[in-house]
Design a protein around this ligand. Sequence first.
Ligand SMILES: Cc1ncc(COP(=O)(O)O)c(C=O)c1O
Length: 436
Amino acid sequence: MTANINRSLTGQTVQVDLEQHVPLMPGDELRSFVQRFVAQRSRYLDILQGCPPPVYVLEGSVLRERSARFQAAFRSCLPEVGFYYAVKSNNHPDVSRILLQTGMGLDVSSGLELETALGLGAEDVVFSGPGKTDQELQLAALNGDRVTILVDSFGELARLQQICAGAGRAVRVGVRLTTNASGLWRKFGIVPEKLGMFWAKVQECDNLRFQGLQFHTSWNLSPAAQIDFIRYLGSILGGLPVAALDQIRFIDIGGGYWPPQGEWLQAAGTSVGKLKMELGQEPGSPYEHYRLPASAIKLFAHQISDAIHESIHSVVACRICVEPGRWLCNDAMHLLLSVVDKKEDDLVITDAGTNAVGWERFETDYFPVINLSRPALEEKACHILGSLCTPHDVWGYSYWGEEIRIGDILLVPTQGAYTYSLRQHFIKPLPRVITI
Ligand SMILES: Cc1ncc(COP(=O)(O)O)c(C=O)c1O
């Protein structure tokens, strides 16, 4: 199907393709995903004996299993690799605590996260992020034995030197490289072409020890973007003086690994759905679910390592660091809600609102809402809405279960990444976290 769009300024007519190209989610995979949670329903329901809904449930065993799997994938193909959990993806201290126990370090992006990391006893922390304040740099400098500072700009470098000189401290530093010098991603780091100049500046800073560099690309469904940058970085490293290469102890290749189940979308979350809405049309049926596939972590690890061997280790034999967030914590946290009101057969209101996830996630992303009180492997149309005073407070357009009644307990699974951290104190109190 195509649509003609008139561009009023030019009088031009443009034809756009409105065919849905995102594959539908395979029904049997979705059913077995739901079945996994239904099979454990008494485990989740038992939690509510001591604590009424709504709650976030954090599963330590899932974090441990993910950490082991992630580390094994990269260890099997890189000689020396360091793992740093990206705290921003889920900033509940239990998540960091458990991942520290699995041998990971922490990647923090603010003084607040750094305080959490230090309070948890983390011994190996990387601190990156734009616009670090003097106070944040001071805290990092005072804990220089545990923190490597990934400097974001030439200005930050000068401030850090001054702070360290004032405090009589020496710290390890790296530098963040921007992966895209145009658009909004340019706010991160320095352009790679200035790496040599940056290294020379660090040599003039008596209190700073240059140790390496970092980059990060986001939302990678495959390793393509990481590999492209690694290859480009290889060419930049090739142009550095030997003295600079000799100082590089690590290259931190960031996070951005998409979990293997891929990205699950409502029609409204697909590009065609968005276009249709712009044209005043319905995006598609809310009862059809779509999935953008993602690469397995072993494939990420293999292909990225191949690129590293070819483009980086051929120039500098250094440790490789990775900063996974979403991949580790996405599946480790779920929400348990209850039905407070049933206004129609196909319209219920829950006790919690989507302030618990911090954004209007479920208008575009699909996650099954599972009725643990009346389980069935059938999906039924029903508006499942939260109790905030906004129509955008949507959990889903359907539920999995036999039927739905007031008092039923609903599970919204795998809400561990960029939801808890983004929770908002808006209208309703926030759910408690129960770690199991
Ligand atoms: C520098 C840096 N490292 C790691 C991450 C973690 O990314 P993800 O949770 O997608 O793995 C982020 C996320 O924004 C980041 O900015």
